[in-house]
Ligand binder design. Sequence first.
Ligand SMILES: Nc1nc2c(c(=O)[nH]1)N[C@H]1C(S)=C(S)[C@@H](COP(=O)(O)OP(=O)(O)OC[C@H]3O[C@@H](n4cnc5c(=O)[nH]c(N)nc54)[C@H](O)[C@@H]3O)O[C@H]1N2
Ligand SMILES: Nc1nc2c(c(=O)[nH]1)N[C@H]1C(S)=C(S)[C@@H](COP(=O)(O)OP(=O)(O)OC[C@H]3O[C@@H](n4cnc5c(=O)[nH]c(N)nc54)[C@H](O)[C@@H]3O)O[C@H]1N2
Ligand code: SF4
Ligand SMILES: [Mo]
Length: 741
Amino acid sequence: MSETTKTLCPYCGVGCGLEVSPPAQPGKPINRDAQGTPIWKVQGDKSHPSSQGMVCVKGATIAESLHKDRLLYPMVRNSLDEPFKRVSWNEAFNRIVDRINQVAATQGPNAICMYGSGQFQTQDYYIAQKLLKGCLGTNNFDANSRLCMSSAVAGYIQSFGADGPPCCYDDLELTDCALLIGTNTAECHPIIFNRLRKYHKKNPNVKLIVVDPRHTATAEAADLHLAIKPGTDIDLLNGMAYLLLRWGYINSEFIDECTVNFPAFAEVINHYPPEAVAQTCGISQTDLETAARYWGESGQVLSLWSMGMNQSSEGTAKVRSLINLHLMTGQIGKPGAGPFSLTGQPNAMGGREAGGLSHLLPGYRVVKNEVHRREIEEFWGLTPGKIPSTPGMTAWDMITGLETGDVGVLWVAATNPAVSMPDLERTKAALKRSPFTIYQDAYYPTETAAYAHVLLPAAQWGEKTGTMTNSERVVTLCSAFKPPVGEAKADWEIFAEVGRRLGFVKEFTFSNSAQVYAEFVEITKGRPCDQSGISHEKLTEKGPIQWPCSETLDVTVTSLQDSKRLYTNGRFHTPDGRARFGAYHSRGLAEPPDPSYPFVLTTGRLYGHWHTQTRTGRIPKITQMHPEPFIEIHPRDAISLGMIEGEWIEVRSRRGKARFPVKITKGISPGTVFVPMHWGALWAEQSEANALTHPESCPDSLQPELKACAVNLMPISAKSMATEEIQKSKVTHIFSSPVSV
Ligand SMILES: Nc1nc2c(c(=O)[nH]1)N[C@H]1C(S)=C(S)[C@@H](COP(=O)(O)OP(=O)(O)OC[C@H]3O[C@@H](n4cnc5c(=O)[nH]c(N)nc54)[C@H](O)[C@@H]3O)O[C@H]1N2
Ligand SMILES: Nc1nc2c(c(=O)[nH]1)N[C@H]1C(S)=C(S)[C@@H](COP(=O)(O)OP(=O)(O)OC[C@H]3O[C@@H](n4cnc5c(=O)[nH]c(N)nc54)[C@H](O)[C@@H]3O)O[C@H]1N2
Ligand code: SF4
Ligand SMILES: [Mo]
């Protein structure tokens, strides 16, 4: 192939368009990485509506990771202390099918579970739902989106009657006031941030408010940074609502005609006067009032949020409290306004559309709704009642299910739970007890491979064709531009083959991903996420398409305009068409600091790295940018602990411990410390953020509070460091059993 292929960046939910061309181009030197290996050339796609040609360092360097440390063949072993041995696909499939049949017969289908990922393409997601929820009859499919987007999903559903961010990226350049809460957009959604930043610089009257306990690169650009104490978002939002109501900045007409439950909300916010709120949040009353005034005085208000809101034991309540501000001021359904959840992974949105969480079904349907279950059963040709009426296991339920023996088969794909799950000591102990774990990944080694009985090589970005939906509901076709490495296969093909071998031949007759997508869009017909007017063919012909896009709409510029924003007519997806105010008091952190564990630990991301480093850890430009883990500590706390810059410190929580070199910065509030989530056991010894975190979750979204736990800090003396010979470099101890290939 010598032509340029248009595709999508496989990292974050901004969903930047990329153009990829082969290493060798006529008349040009061969494109090579720093080691001299020929690599595919990647650049921004100027014609992509979401990114307009821009890319960040992750997208720009993605090609450097494609050939390194790939998992090439299926491998198996009978127990975790044996080495893996290479087998044929046929043998691997037989083992899986035998085990699934055996477990289904002895323990029942609910002992089988799959833990998938927002890095699946929509086709992978859809086939996995059909296999688990349809053919096997268990709702035990959950994804890492449980740790990521599930509070946003629950918040949207409860407030608006359906999931789906109502805004679009053009709103970034049409707003008068942007409130960025619990999001380090500059590092985690850089191209969204670039668009907003450019516009803000050009228009000094536009207000930018950032709410984050840390002074991040995002906060640096703000007109107003509210460095609230972790877990006090609801206090802040209710406090702003209190002032907006007192100062008369409300839209009574919108409240009367388009919403319900305002009185209950008004009663709750009555308890959030500015003096008390400022005190609870640890900010000045003037700053709180300024935030409320910016919001109240602006014609159009846009809010953006991500993990500082979602990853909380009151995540859904946080999201709904933010939506309340939009509802009381009528800031939704118009250009430059609305509550905009920034999606983390490239296709967490597609996952939500395909029903990729254990309480969802395809087409924005929910397991608990009998009509929805019947629709899906009919569509898939199942006997009525085949889909269980209760949600399946969440990601954390699968861990506890391993502990109790309720899980007989654990199938993990495109996620690395031995790094990214909370309470890692417990997670790893549970994974060790698993009777049968299938792990389907693109790379080897990864931390989770150490807990697998069967390893399946997955084709990754560039090696398979499918679709992904970004944060603004734009669907992009991600076309393959090279063959898979080794014997790797696309995730959906692996799921479909297992389905056929289990006897579901007619359910999985697809011969390519376009056919899978064609079946999937049928199921979205008439639903809020209607994509029945989209196909691989149309995406190839017209480029990316935003939903809703029904088959009756011709994909013209006009129809694209129509789908830009949801709820423009003030009607919502609830039975009465009205949005719902949520009335929530703040409950604070699940594990507040106390004298034994006096600091709040928060965790998050760095600009260059992607999650557990399976790709970015193998790209020199990025590892040079972020060479090692660290802990951020305020100078005041460092002095009281007697710490100096670069010294190692041991961090302990009730569940585990980790160690990090100290980075002293005023960018973090006293009493709070921050560590990045990116270093698992393969990349640094004992610097795992999740050794410390807890699994306490939001009661509505079941999303764990990965953003806060209580810790204490203990300087490690130079002497004990020397005796323990801490290695900062890459370690491979968890792979003590060699691979035999
Ligand atoms: N570079 C990079 N970009 C990424 C990713 C990556 O791995 N690397 N991952 C992608 C994914 S999957 C996701 S989910 C997104 C995440 O994107 P973000 O949510 O922007 O990233 P985080 O760093 O996890 O957390 C954001 C901020 O929440 C703040 N925070 C902590 N506690 C609280 C609180 O109680 N209240 C408030 N208001 N803020 C709080 C933290 O200080 C942090 O700065 O990024 C996506 N983009
Ligand atoms: N402490 C703390 N923990 C967190 C978070 C936090 O903020 N703090 N954030 C949480 C959030 S929001 C998220 S999204 C998770 C992310 O956590 P993970 O999902 O565990 O992180 P990744 O490193 O992205 O793992 C993706 C895996 O998929 C593989 N892969 C890539 N492409 C493909 C493919 O096409 N097919 C297959 N089969 N495999 C593929 C990669 O090699 C990699 O191993 O972490 C969560 N954990
Ligand atoms: S902003 Fe996100 S989607 Fe865009 S290039 Fe960077 S990582 Fe990729
Ligand atoms: Mo995420």
